[in-house]
Design a protein around this ligand. Sequence first.
Ligand code: ZN
Length: 423
Amino acid sequence: MHHLCAELYPICRSITGDGVRQTLEILRRKLPIEVHEVPSGTRAFDWTVPPEWNIRDAYVLDRDGRRAIDFRRSNLHVVSYSVPVHERCAVEDLKAHLFSLPDRPTWIPYRTSYYERQWGFCLAHADLERLTDAEYDVVIDASLEPGSLTYGECVIPGSEDEAGEVLLSSHICHPSLANDNLSAMVLSAFIGAALRAVPLRYSYRFLFAPGTIGSIVWLARNEDRLGRIRHGLVLTGVGDQGPFTYKRSRRGDAEIDRVVAHVMRRCASDAKIVDFSPYGYDERQFCSPAFDLPVGRLGRTPHAEYPEYHTSADDLAFVSPEQLGDSLRVTLEVIATLEGNRRYVNTNPKCEPQLGRRGLYRAIGGNLDREAVEMGLLWVLNLSDGSHDLLAIAERSALPFAAIRSAADALIENALLVPVPES
Ligand code: ZN
């Protein structure tokens, strides 16, 4: 995962342009992502797809012809969506277009100007203080022209069409920033590759789209299919050293909210769970009132709560292979729990069935202890009245979900349990 982050890191991405296409092309080696192009000017609810932005080079030359600021050294140096420029500037006019972080003098900030025609450079404050010539030559060799917005989508079909879909979304619009958001697009690609190798009940829809405008465009183009989305996660910032943070869906009590809380209690007890707010990443769009999709957000330290956020310090050293791997493990555990969680009906609800006669106490092995197995059978039988799902039974019994799932499987095999049909 870290190698893939490193390969994607140098690419200059934005909300449109060749950097996004190149990124999807690389991710396609891991997952068969279908690439969609939506022309500039296309309306999507209250928004319009902007012109496409591409950049070849950008620099500020001092009087000796040296690059005082050089896009080739870091793509963060140019404000994303800067209009093309080719002019000589007095230093004080140039400084009106420069952004730095005086309290972090060696870090380059990350800035964008998507919807306002502007140009600018970002640089380390220490370098800004070295700009002492009277004039500089400024060049931004970029284009901002009709083109398209690019996003990627990959669907891994499940075995039960009526079960619906799980949406996993990550944004792909940031240039050389590792945690926000290379970590999440790489996690998503690895989850997809893992899911392709196992049988699934749900279908999984992976969305790789530029932040805000990308999810809005996707929602506008898929409005008639949104009813199929039963659960969803926005993945973001999953490689830093912080504990997990899960932000609940707008509904607050969706199945995905319950599943993530359960998995976190079991595998990441230092995780923080926070309520929905209409601010953050693309959960803002998925959870807008007309859609109110059951989509939460999973990440580690939330954006803007770590100083490296949106600066050159969010680099490849800021994300670790261990944290990326741990994020993959926990997300797959969430998916396994979603897959296994269903409602059932006890076919023998008048008193307990005779479990010993059916050999049920011995039917469940593995590394689950005998007591958990027996208790699991009794709890599943007692609460499977069609209204409790297995997760609710796991929580009420304080047994691990895996023990409850194994108990349910053994009862199904003995015709003591039947699933409630998916609605
Ligand atoms: Zn960001």
